[in-house]
Structures are given as C-alpha cells and as structure tokens.
Design a protein around this ligand. Structure first.
Ligand code: NAP
Length: 316
C-alpha cells in the first residue's frame, strides 16, 4: 500500500499563492475510519474561503491543511470495525471532518466510515464527486429546513451554480414548481435542469419578476446568492412562507419571516437518497470543467468567481 501521496497543501491561511503541490504521507487509518483512493474531488467556494481563513474561528484546524471536502473514490483500507464497505467498493462522501486538516485534493484521504455511501452506479467518478456537498446542502435546506412539499413553489437564488443546479432537480423531483434565478446566459441551462420559470437578477427587480410568474407568492425562498437579490426576492415570499439561506445569518431581516440558516452536515443516509435520485435519472451533474491536482490554484480561482455553471471537479 502506498505510504506517500501527492496532495495540494497549505501551511498558513491566505491567497492562492499559499497552495503547494507536495508529496506527503498517506494519513494513517484509525479505528472506525476508511482509507479511500480519490478518483475525483468536487471543488466548492468553501475550499477557497477556508484557505483564506474565513472559517478559522468556527472550525478547528491543524496545518498543513489539504483542502477539499468532496470526493468519489475506491475503498483501499479499513479500520478494525469499519466493515460496511469492502476494499475495492466505489464510494462517495462529503468529507468535512471535525478538524480541518485531511481534505480531498489528494490521492488518498481517510474519513469516518459513517460518512461514506455507495457511489451512484450510472455516474462517472467526476460526476459523483460533484454531488455530496452541494447535494446535501440543497437536500438539507429545501427538504429538512424548508419542508418543501409537492405542488409548492420554490424560488432558488443562484440556480445555475453547484447548489442551485442540484436544488432545481431535487425540487422538481419532489413535485414543486421551480423558479430559478441566475444571469441570462444560464437560463437555458436552468430550464434543461427542470426550472419552470427563470429570472435574471441583473436588470430587473427579482421580487417583482417572481410575483409576475407566481402572483400568490412563493412558499420557499432558497437563498444561494444573498445580497440585493435576496432583499428584492423577499417581496415574493408568501406571508407563511419560509426563507432558508446558506449565506445569510438573519441579521437585519424582518423577525416575522420564518427564517433558517443552514450549514451543511455530513449525512450518509441522505447521500444514499441522492444516489437513488441519480440512479433513477432524476439527478444529473453538469461538470463544466475538470482540473488536475497541479491546477488546484486555477480551480479555486474559478470557484471564487461565483459564476461557475454546474460543478467543477479536480482529478488527482
Ligand atoms: N452554508 C452552507 O452549508 C453552504 C453550502 C454550499 C455553498 N454555500 C455557499 O453558497 C454559495 C453558492 O454555492 P455554489 O457552490 O452554488 O456556488 P457557485 O457554484 O459559484 O454558484 C453561484 C451561483 O450564484 C449565481 N449568482 C452569482 N451572483 C448572483 C447574484 N447577484 N444574484 C443571484 N445569483 C447570483 C450564479 O449565477 P450566474 O453565474 O448566472 O451569475 C450561480 O448560479 C457560495 O457562496 C457558497 O460558499 C454554503
């Protein structure tokens, strides 16, 4: 078994220049953990935010840090009691640990067995690696926090990005009417994903535009964009509607609004549900670009634009 591996690594918080590609030790598999050979790692805005130190007061960390919280790969080794998967099984996971240290922009990672689920069989490793973080975020935001029901209407702010592109499909799979908000160039893409209506946030008031297509208002606003787009959209929320945000923490909002902030948690049984959606053709991942480990800086720069279509993925 390999003792060393290539990984993207940083030794202090900061900009893109802090990332180095180094040969490091393969992390030791402890009791209850599984060693996974990473075939693909999804890239998320949070990977750049963590590198810049924005979450250092909330999440414990230990340098050197290997970035990356998403992965699809193959089980290589198992701790003593970790027997749910066989060596050689194809798995995927949202691999955020309690301490930020061993990420997925590497050839191997160790994670608790309880985080792992079987990878969707009908997907490539690249596609599967684009699901866990954003799929769980959309699931926990719209279904757990938002309690979205069949025949309700959801307004998704940022509908063409990682979270929104899976969010549109999950909301449609639940039987909701979906209004997707993104720039004009992404409207055809959101329609392909199943959005019933699309709104451009750039040259109109989003709330007024949403009320044109849903005169009674929307049951749920799923906010993946915030800023002016969120403020405008509030005019379209039904009096008993819910606002769920993955960015806004609620400061300054009208206290009458039924509001919840969500920070995504690892959840293997929800990954099983996402796999079922994928295998029944209800959930697809649009991988707009694939990067190598050597291109980690470019991948993180792209995800920081806030204008990625679908997902970008790193192949170590
Ligand atoms: N709390 C959590 O657990 C959690 C989990 C996942 C993500 N997040 C955060 O949620 C945000 C979205 O994540 P993501 O992975 O989906 O990002 P992403 O892939 O970069 O997607 C960004 C999306 O926002 C749209 N957008 C950009 N500016 C906008 C604006 N002013 N109004 C409306 N839409 C706008 C983009 O569309 P155009 O390109 O057409 O502009 C695109 O659809 C990020 O800030 C991320 O850090 C939080």
């Amino acid at each position: 078994m390999a003792k060393q591996m290539k990984a993207a690594v940083y030794d202090e918080f900061g900009g893109a220049d802090k990332i180095k590609i180094r040969t490091v030790d393969v992390p030791e598999v402890k009791e209850g953990e599984v060693l996974v050979r990473i075939k693909a790692a999804g890239v998320n805005p949070v990977d750049a935010a963590v590198r810049e130190g924005y979450l250092k007061d909330y999440l414990p960390y230990e340098f050197p840090i290997i970035p990356g919280w998403d992965m699809a790969g193959i089980v290589e080794d198992r701790g003593f009691s970790a027997r749910r998967f066989e060596v050689g099984d194809e798995v995927y996971a949202y691999a955020r640990r309690a301490v930020v240290q061993h990420g997925t922009f590497a050839e191997y990672t160790v994670i608790p067995e309880s985080f792992l689920a079987r990878k969707p069989q009908n997907m490539s490793f690249e596609e599967a690696a684009g699901i866990p973080l954003v799929g769980l975020t959309a699931y926990q935001s719209m279904f757990d926090a938002g309690n979205l029901q069949e025949n309700q209407t959801v307004l998704i702010l940022g509908g063409s990005g990682g979270v929104g592109s899976l969010g549109i499909q999950l909301a449609k799979a639940r039987g909701a009417t979906v209004i997707g908000v993104a720039s004009e160039k992404n409207h055809a893409f959101m329609k392909e994903l199943g959005a019933d209506f699309t709104i451009d946030y750039k040259d109109q008031d989003v709330g007024a535009a949403a009320k044109e297509v849903a005169p009674d208002g929307v049951d749920l606003i799923f906010d993946c964009a915030s800023g002016d787009t969120l403020q405008q959209s509030l005019a379209a929320l039904k009096p008993k509607g819910k606002l769920v945000s993955i960015l806004h923490h609620g400061e300054g909002l009208d206290p009458a609004i039924d509001f919840q902030y969500v920070f995504v948690e690892p959840n293997a049984s929800q990954l099983d549900k996402l796999r079922e959606y994928a295998e029944s053709g209800k959930l697809k991942v649009h991988v707009s670009q694939t990067y190598t480990l050597a291109d980690t800086v470019e991948a993180l720069n792209q995800i920081q634009t806030q204008h990625t279509r679908g997902k970008i993925v790193l192949v170590p």
